[in-house]
Design a protein around this ligand. Structure first.
Ligand SMILES: [Zn+2]
Ligand SMILES: [Zn+2]
Length: 133
């Protein structure tokens, strides 16, 4: 599978899998850090470019609640994507109730934002729904 570097989000300060990760693969099969790497936080939607120095060391493992596969991840990860089935579960950092609470709050906020954006798009779409006279 393609490398999935974990970084700490500059927007919400959480560590988790990326919503969007665009990079070129280098000759070694790893991320080509000489090229621009675009990264978007799955938790809060923050979009940024990342560099190799931001990548966190993988010093822990996450066990998938669904398929029991162990996925290596940083100990500071609040969310981890299972490398086998793709299920996104709670990372080791959520053993800290403060981080678990922060994660819930940020995800709820982001969810609301997405819904508002969706509603705005729907209201701008001339074919959707009744139009004001
Ligand atoms: Zn974020
Ligand atoms: Zn799994």
């Amino acid at each position: 599978m393609r490398p999935r570097p974990y970084v700490r989000c500059p927007g919400c300060d959480l560590v988790g899998p990326a919503e969007r990760l665009d990079y070129e693969l280098g000759d070694t099969g790893d991320v080509d850090w000489a090229q621009q790497v675009t990264w978007q936080c799955a938790e809060c939607g923050y979009l940024d470019t990342i560099t190799a120095d931001q990548v966190l060391a993988v010093d822990a493992a996450h066990t998938c609640v669904d398929c029991a596969t162990q996925t290596p991840c940083p100990a500071s990860a609040a969310r981890v994507e299972c490398e086998r089935c793709g299920l996104i579960g709670l990372g080791p950092a959520t053993a800290d109730p403060e981080i678990a609470g922060q994660l819930r709050a940020i995800e709820a906020l982001h969810d609301m934002e997405l819904r508002v954006q969706q509603a705005l798009r729907a209201s701008r779409d001339p074919s959707g729904g009744p139009r004001p006279a």
